[in-house]
Design a protein around this ligand. Structure first.
Ligand code: UT7
Length: 329
């Protein structure tokens, strides 16, 4: 029997129009545009403005573009998985809301909360439904409205994050293209370095938690940076080794866009030339679950059928991992 793999057959993306530049941030917190760019690689990020707009609205825009490109409708979709840590509501899931807003009435869905690895974990999950033959069309979205949980008086976090969404369509492939392998990890002991202190079941929201700014991202930047450099480089090198890939075999690294220095360490470890590394951190900053699909969205035209791609992430949890896939179009 021919092996069925899950291949990406279309990509959609969305970033809000509003641009928050480094120069603008200089007026908000004690920082300089030069510091931000040299320490992170970020020049500007996008922010979703507008009453009543949330993560689901960005997902919808990305999905609508994807459906149009593929020439199908929302009714053709079996399942929508959304990777996000900034859901519209605590419940129901953002996927639930997205299915309603795009009119995917034949689909069901769920969210994956794995922070910066949200898209990677969701993509691996979605691929299973294709590989088993259960479904024919699965949409995987990575989206975050990070501006909803960022303290814009905290210079250590507000300079990094931005808002955005990217989506891919997974369909069955029998030519050996699509997702070939994945290595995924969690280490809950790392949660102390990057989390949101209140709003969950341990510490529900109160006046005191709001006053203490505990509904914003808390990050110990250096600790996360050190773990990310090791974790992302290791897992990327490991998936190459496991699949017998040399640096010549890899056409593209699709890295999580948290800090240009983490990306450089990863590509160096993989022995990849800079022109094989997808970078858009300068435009969007760190959109958390949005970074990987937004890279695919930006670089789609440069990809060729059969290209070997390594997707790689590290984020809060800790969560990290890599996917090896062959581009299918
Ligand atoms: O995607 C989720 C996972 N997150 C990440 O991967 C983020 C990983 N961490 C990072 O990217 C970096 O740690 C940051 C960009 C957050 C910070 O850069 P850093 O080079 O690690 O800076 P640092 O925290 O070690 O701070 C160095 C200095 C400190 O000053 P002193 O103590 O040396 O006087 C900071 O107070 O830089 C200062 N600093 C700043 N200066 C100007 C920290 N933030 C800023 C700022 N502007 N925005």
């Amino acid at each position: 029997m021919t092996k069925v793999t899950a291949a990406i057959t279309a990509v959609g993306g969305y970033v809000p129009d509003f641009v928050l530049s480094n120069t603008e941030l200089e007026k908000m917190v004690p920082t300089t545009a030069g510091w931000i760019e040299s320490r992170t690689g970020i020049k500007e990020r996008r922010i979703l403005k507008g009453e009543g707009l949330g993560t689901s609205d960005m997902c919808v825009k990305a999905i609508e573009e994807l459906l149009k490109k593929r020439g199908i409708t929302a009714l053709d979709i079996d399942l929508i998985i959304v990777g996000t840590v900034t859901p519209d509501l605590v419940f129901p899931s953002t996927s639930n809301i997205v299915c309603d807003k795009v009119g995917a009435t034949n689909a069901w869905g769920y969210d994956v909360a794995a922070a910066c690895s949200g898209f990677l974990f969701a993509l691996t999950s979605g691929a299973q439904f294709i590989e088993t033959g259960k479904y024919k069309k699965v949409i995987v979205v990575g989206a975050d409205k990070m501006s909803s949980i960022i303290d814009y008086s905290d210079r250590s976090t507000c300079i990094i994050f931005g808002d955005g969404a990217g989506a891919v369509l997974l369909e069955p492939n029998t030519e050996g293209l699509g997702i070939i392998d994945s290595l995924l990890h969690v280490d809950g002991a790392g949660r102390q370095y990057l989390h949101q202190k209140a709003g969950g079941s341990v510490k529900p929201p109160t006046h005191a938690t709001v006053d203490a700014k505990e509904h914003y991202v808390y990050q110990e930047g250096q600790a996360v940076f050190k773990a990310a450099v090791v974790g992302m480089a290791e897992v990327s090198a490991k998936i190459m080794e496991k699949n017998g890939l040399s640096s010549e075999d890899v056409a593209w690294l699709v890295p999580h866009q948290a800090n240009k220095r983490i990306i450089d360490a990863t590509s160096h470890r993989m022995g990849l030339a800079p022109e094989k590394v997808m970078i858009n951190i300068q435009k969007y900053g760190n959109t958390t679950a949005g970074t990987l699909p937004l890279c695919l969205w930006d670089y789609e035209k440069q990809l060729k059928k059969g290209d070997n791609l390594i997707l790689s992430t590290f984020g809060a949890g800790f969560t990290w991992g890599a996917i090896y896939l062959k581009w299918a179009y």
